[in-house]
Design a protein around this ligand. Structure first.
Ligand code: C2E
Ligand code: MG
Ligand code: MG
Ligand code: MG
Length: 284
């Protein structure tokens, strides 16, 4: 009986492996054509002032609707796209689409909503990222401050020769630069001094455990201390509960993002939410 279970277990395991392999090949072959077939869209997650919930910005998150594979979340395909190099094309689309959306909201009278996009380390290597940003901003007549770039510590570790110059150029344009998932990777503290960045995003990996887990509390406090002493902005990711919001607020974290407030929303829903959440501010 035990043997049979093991063998069944193995069969299940190798079937899983085969399926995973199959999925990977499917994803990679479908990815190549996805951008041309308009299968991507962006959803927008509000970043809110933790005190009163006023929306201060949005993070654009990519979604992939594939006719064969269904809706895929980025965790399933971004790393494939990075290894095949498709991420460069996808990243260009994301930047263009986000800027187009900001312009559309402006034309609807919503004011300038700053949108943060996620930028892969591959977009820093051998690509003129600053020039791409300049072109996208110019096409939609946007100020640099309408755009924020979130990049992970991987960008710092890969350390392409042009990275420092790219950062300086982006900053000169007024683009906001933020390190995503701070604390998950190497946390190369040395770079925090060298790079002209504006802020950090406290990884949801640690937010998840507060206020109950002592080591998560300690990490949140430490990241908060780093941000404060270096004069950097701080956004807490993955805020799901009122207890977390209270804790972060007490710690002095100004801005949060998470399911407590809203998940990533389609553009028109985000616009509606923007007006709703803005309301308490306007009424005395
Ligand atoms: P991220 O940039 O750290 O984005 C935050 C992720 O956490 C999003 O997942 C978001 O939906 C999710 N999230 C937000 N609030 C909560 C919460 O309260 N609880 C929990 N458990 N999760 C929450 P998503 O959209 O699946 O994206 C995953 C990752 O994929 C992103 O992590 C980002 O690294 C990457 N990604 C997304 N869009 C893009 C893109 O356009 N380009 C690139 N290069 N990467 C992208
Ligand atoms: Mg992000
Ligand atoms: Mg993040
Ligand atoms: Mg993440």
């Amino acid at each position: 009986d035990c043997k049979r279970r093991t063998r069944n277990g193995w069969q299940a395991f190798s079937a899983d492996l085969a399926r995973a392999q199959q999925d990977r090949l499917q994803i990679e072959s479908q990815l190549r054509r996805a951008a041309d077939h308009e299968e991507f869209r962006l959803v927008y997650q509000p970043q809110v002032d933790l005190r009163h919930g006023r929306v201060v910005a949005a993070e654009a998150l990519i979604r992939w609707q594939n006719h064969q594979l269904g809706e895929l979340r980025p965790d399933l395909f971004i790393s494939h796209a990075e290894s095949t190099g498709d991420i460069v094309r996808i990243g260009r689309w994301v930047m263009h689409e986000a800027c187009r959306q900001v312009r559309e909201w402006m034309d609807q009278g919503l004011g300038v909503v700053r949108v943060a996009i996620n930028v892969s380390y591959r977009q820093f290597v051998g690509e003129d990222l600053a020039e791409q940003v300049r072109e996208a901003l110019a096409e939609f007549d946007l100020p640099g401050s309408a755009l924020e770039l979130e990049f992970t510590e991987r960008v710092l570790i890969e350390d392409a020769p042009s990275t420092l110059q790219t950062f300086a150029d982006l900053r000169d344009m007024g683009v906001v630069l933020t390190i995503d998932d701070f604390g998950e990777g190497y946390s190369a503290l040395n770079y925090l001094r060298r790079l002209p960045i504006h802020g950090l995003k406290l990884s949801q990996l640690f937010v998840e455990g507060v206020p109950g887990n002592r080591s998560d509390v300690a990490v949140c406090e430490a990241v908060c201390g780093i941000a404060r002493s270096l004069g950097l902005g701080l956004v807490a990711e993955g805020v799901e509960s009122e207890a977390q919001r209270q804790f972060l607020l007490k710690l002095g974290v100004p801005v949060g993002q998470g399911f407590l407030f809203a998940p990533g929303l389609p553009p028109d829903e985000f616009a509606r939410r923007l007006e709703e959440l803005q309301l308490p501010q306007l009424t005395p």
